[in-house]
Design a protein around this ligand. Sequence first.
Ligand code: SIN
Length: 521
Amino acid sequence: METEKTDFLIIGSGVAGLRAAVELASCGEVLVVTKDVLRESSTEYAQGGVAVAMSDEDRVGIHFEDTLKAGDGLCREDAVKVLVEEGAERILELIEWGAEFDRAGTKLDFTLEAAHSRRRVLHAHGDSTGREIERVLINKVVSLEGVRRFPFAMTVDLVMEDGVCCGAYILKEGRIYRVLARATVLATGGGGQIFSRTTNPPVTTSDGMAIALRAGAVMEDMEFVQFHPTVLFAPAAPQFLLSEAMRGEGGILRNIYGEPFMKNYHPDAELAPRDVVSRAIISEMVRTGSMYVYLDLTHLDAGFIKNRFPRIYRTCLQYDIDITRDRIPVSPAAHYMMGGVRTDTMGRTSVKGLYAAGEVACTGVHGANRLASNSLLEGLVFGARAGRAAGESAPDMTEPAVSAEEPFSDYGRVEDYEEVRTRLRRVMWDRVGIIRCADSLGAAREELSSFMHLLGHQYRTREELELKNMIQTAVVVTEAAIQRRCSLGAHYRSDFPQKEGCHYHIEWRMESGGNLVSHRR
Ligand code: SIN
């Protein structure tokens, strides 16, 4: 097996990974490993924007309060404080590097999204905010000497020596490389693909979560999965996100009879928290016997819609939906995982030498439900912080005693790969989705147990490695949802709807034999 050495290894190339790379470039040699092309990450598809308290009417204290309220009492206040206080600095720096956020005249233009009490969401090219941020960060990273890129390279596992992370085993073009590093930053994003309906791109297979779990890292709050209420539901169309900003600009939800219904569920109607809107949509779908509801913008000016949501307008038109004239069929889909690898406010995980930032991490910033558009900001702020911490504290590299011999012996094949993947995603959507109960979760546990034999092997293809990661993460999400017998934020149990007594975190760790152990904090 070939060994590569670098000072700092970054796994993942979305906003958090690239921002960490920028920070680390001045501390030593950096290697950014990503399993596809550099820009293929959730960041690239983020539409609505990036929340930051920079408008004349806003204050960091108000952003702080809105974030805590959305998090339903489970946010870590120190992390939220860091997010809102450092946000403006990270955004101004991006603008200096060339980011073009939309403006109203000469001033930055801020839109409104659910659960924000102020207009505070910056956007770029209407509805391509993530793409603009990714563009700027890639340009920046490419301009930095000492940052190498390793695309189409799948991380198999971390290199561990006496409980310390010393790098990772990487699969590229059928060969496994041992990449040794003084510090490793996980920035692999989330795991929306474990659900059959998701807004996330195909690369989001929860790799970082499963890799960290196998290395003994502590995971936290895994049951909290945010479902986005408005995702395109049309024959042959992809599960395409219809930004919350469309409701922020006046879009109305109607059932299939054309009746607006959100006022019946929450005083904030279309701008109620996402979990409330998603459950209201499901109720209306059940009540009317339909697979979808409508998002209606037809009362808004057509020119404004085309200008404000150009990407959404063009995409829907490809599927014969003119959003200036037609109501758009929508239903919810999995969107964001609030839980992940537990970190402190500097991105340090429970494993020495291992840092995490972005959706793969659980800083506690999102609590039980993420405030819309806080995640790009989280990637910027905590990506920079994880980079700084890794750069400052990484010891000089001492060659680990880990042998350079191939460490994996038991290679397997998943013969019925497509079938297992489809079944896994379906059971998670049907049984561990928006509304959960003991019966549905028990059925999910039973179905997942039939995949356990696949975890005992190592694999040589990206697809099989992804599937292994998805199974492992799905099991933790399901077990966490079974354990939390109450409802908070995005975790809703129809058999335990009460919030009382629900304000605790559940940590998960995998013991060396593969057993999962949990701990309530
Ligand atoms: C959206 O545009 O609705 C998504 C934004 C987010 O999830 O933060």
